[in-house]
Design a protein around this ligand. Structure first.
Ligand code: SAM
Ligand code: DTB
Ligand code: SF4
Length: 343
């Protein structure tokens, strides 16, 4: 296979990236890898600019799937209790608070295997319309979708849909048995065909091998179009899930994955996602240096804790990071209790 470079540090759009190139990058000396990733980052993005996203679980727990990492799977005894679906007004109030504290993307997650047509989905469409009226980006993660549901989300104004591949095709069945990698790829294709921006990444620290991590990055970079957004999660081990006792993810695996994603998908937003509480500020700074340019802010991810707004505000200030404007050019509000309080 031919690599077809446009530049020595990035890859031409549409060119197939050979697996051995991905492995070579991933395994290169860390100083070289971070250096290359940082150069690529600076060519494609304003350095130091970080997108601030806020997550909200609009339907928590009771999920029929068996994802081994997930505290929301009904079959595992975890601290997460199933809760009734939030109503539209509650969700929009949370989105407004997030916007007023400086977030430019609001992501609504539901513990569903797939979206079912009916009142719950109709409400999601209203939530998306409402979030868009607030002037920020709207994202959803709701499980599998049909073409028609993707089209309706697009018509409601949805900017992005999160649907992770989570790990390599080979390791997938070790983690989830209630759906296949192919199912995941199909939903991603439907999101793409509907003209919605694709947010797709994975989780590190689930007992996968280095080859699995390389395979995941290789698959993401070789999707028919690379995702616009690539969340890299470090497993948050939760009591009661089959992965509760996994040892912590190594910072070097995290940095390698972020840097490789940055080089392979230069234009994407690479998100330092779940797991930030296990890493100190210097470790997170390494991730930003390696090309991460987005975080989830706010006390909670979906169900697990996240650094406090004060911690993040301090980090932004100490590292000289600036919040990235919304895609519509809107700049984040900077009220005194800002998620990324810079005052
Ligand atoms: N149910 C939908 C689905 O699975 O696509 C949407 C919500 S699901 C919680 C969204 C993503 O959160 C998962 O694909 C997974 O990558 C991530 N996630 C869930 N539990 C996690 C954990 N304990 N640690 C890290 N990431 C996690
Ligand atoms: C993603 O890749 N990470 C976020 C978001 N997409 C939906 C979710 C992280 C969830 C972590 C576990 C929890 O809080 O329940
Ligand atoms: Fe359900 Fe999503 Fe959790 Fe899997 S990751 S158990 S599909 S909520």
């Amino acid at each position: 296979m031919i690599t077809n470079h446009t530049h020595k540090d990035s890859f031409a759009h549409g060119a197939t990236i050979p697996r051995e190139r991905v492995a070579e990058l991933y395994r290169s000396p860390i100083v070289d890898l971070i250096g290359r990733a940082s150069e690529t980052h600076r060519r494609h993005h304003p350095p130091g600019e970080v997108q601030v996203c806020v997550l909200l679980s609009i339907k928590t727990g009771g999920c029929p799937e068996d994802c081994s990492y997930c505290p929301q799977a009904a079959r595992y005894q975890t601290p997460v209790e199933a809760e009734p679906r939030l109503d539209v007004a509650e969700v929009l109030a949370a989105a407004e608070r997030a916007r007023d504290r400086g977030a430019t993307r609001f992501c609504m997650g539901a513990a569903w295997r797939e979206v079912k047509d009916g009142p719950a989905f109709d409400d999601v469409l209203k939530m998306v319309e409402g979030v868009k009226r607030l002037g920020i980006e709207a994202c959803c993660t709701l499980g599998m979708l049909t073409d028609d549901q993707a089209r309706r989300l697009k018509n409601a104004g949805l900017d992005a849909y999160n649907h992770n591949l989570d790990t390599s095709a080979d390791y997938y069945s070790e983690i989830i048995s209630t759906r296949t990698y192919k199912d995941r790829l199909k939903t991603i294709e439907r999101v793409r065909n509907a003209g919605i921006s694709v947010c797709c990444g994975g989780i590190l620290g689930m007992g996968e091998s280095e080859d699995d991590r390389i395979d995941l990055l290789w698959t993401l970079a070789n999707l028919p179009e690379p995702p616009e957004s690539v969340p890299i999660n470090a497993l948050v081990p939760v009591a009661g899930t089959p992965l509760a006792d996994r040892p912590p993810t190594s910072i070097w695996e995290l940095v390698r994955a972020i840097a490789t994603a940055r080089i392979l998908m230069p234009k994407a937003i690479v998100r330092l996602s779940a797991g930030r509480l296990s890493f100190g500020e210097a470790e997170q700074a390494l991730c930003f240096l390696a090309g991460a340019n987005s975080i989830f802010a706010g006390e909670k991810l979906l169900t697990t804790p996240n650094p406090s707004p004060d911690q993040d505000a301090g980090m932004f200030e100490r590292l000289g990071l600036t919040p990235r404007p919304a895609a519509n050019g809107e700049i984040p509000n900077r009220s005194t209790n800002s998620v990324i309080n810079m005052s």
